[in-house]
Design a protein around this ligand. Sequence first.
Ligand code: NDP
Ligand code: 2IT
Length: 447
Amino acid sequence: MEKVISDFMDLVKVRNQHEPEFLQAVEEVAETVIPYIVNHEIYKGKNILLRMVEPERVIMFRVPWVDDKGEIIVNRGYRIQMNSAIGPYKGGLRFHPTVNLSILKFLAFEQVFKNALTTLPMGGGKGGSDFDPKGKSDDEIMRFCHSFMSELSRHIGSNTDVPAGDIGVGGREIGFLFGMYKKMRNEFTGVLTGKGTTWGGSLIRPEATGYGTVYFAQNMLEKRGDSLKDKIATVSGSGNVAQYACEKATQLGAKVVTMSDSSGYIYDKEGIDADKLAFVMDLKNNRRGRISEYVEMYPNAKFISGNRPWDVKCDIAMPCATQNEINGDEAKTLLNNGCFVISEGANMPSEPEAIMAFQAAKILYAPGKASNAGGVATSGLEMSQNSLRINWTREEVDTRLKKIMSDIHDSCIKFGKEENGYIDYVRGANIAGFVKVADAMLAQGVV
Ligand code: NDP
Ligand code: 2IT
């Protein structure tokens, strides 16, 4: 079996040799899915996984815009339309200086499996730009978003490809992007999700990824007869996903003691309660400040510059910042400190060595494509509401979100439960996602 996997990876490496993040994401899937393919006759000779690692389409374009000083800046825009076997391409847009083809292809590939897990009819895609929103005025953000959408609008549509937010893209950016799409196409449709609630957005979409990550942790704990009550949780990041993971974990009785950004983390041993979280939300979302400012407001907390929060003792860790933010050594530190639940809010936050350590220790480890799927699932619910031209209540959307997270948990058990009772959530999520997409691809022939 190892030879089949390494032969497959050799093929993928030849074509994508300068794309380390993409290869990392593919390898994790190949290791778990190839043994399943080999044991199932219907996939024989169909080269399904080889077809899945090749994007259906990659769009790259120039994004010229004028800054506040009148200078012309040129960024690069991308949309990876990875797989549309089970529905229109769906996935976020990331604006961050590190964005490149490798990062977006890894995210698009993950998205295909994640979207299949949600039970909703969504294919996988991802896009973005190497534009850095930090330090830009609202006018600069608007001009950039308008220029970006003036090209992207040719390639997307409510039945073709429906982008949403990711790192650096929140409600403000979605508004500017939507405005330009509407102008270019003269259409008011559900072409983007994460819209404002007065113009087609869904209640709970901003909360959904963070809430879903916590619901998934709750599902894993309940399976063991345990709960979030009185657990100590560490969270990384302080953006959209981190904020609502902190909120829901606190509501369910856990104590969240850390948040971070790219300059370091804050440790508040008394817990980041609702009032303190409201301060963080205002700081990050309105004033666009740095997490270090937390300790000026709450002097009992500490700011640890340049580090990630994984050396803080906890029961539950929720990485909610970015990819490869937990390495093998940090995973060992988490385990040595007694951490026994990892629920990933970010995409691929754990390096392969970290995943190996978590699985060897047989703790509850949920990969992002399962545990952070609540965001895109609620995007799917936004699309449904747009098509129906109605709005569901908060309770209605939250109930559906909880049910979807619990269904994803069940799918992971179906394909990931081992004879000794241990649940390999990585294998479970990868195979469950694969089966849905692969069967649709088989039905549609070689396209
Ligand atoms: P935001 O832009 O709202 O927040 C990102 C946070 O992560 C910020 O605190 C940011 O710090 C930090 N961060 C970003 N890049 C790095 C880095 N290279 N090193 C250290 N810290 C970093 O993004 P989201 O909260 O939306 O996204 C967070 C993660 O969740 C991403 O992996 C994303 O792909 C994933 N995700 C998001 C979903 C969504 O619905 N938004 C859905 C599913 C997954 P700083 O301000 O210093 O950059
Ligand atoms: O990684 C993700 O799932 C997202 N950024 C959300 C995608 C979406 O379409 O809501």
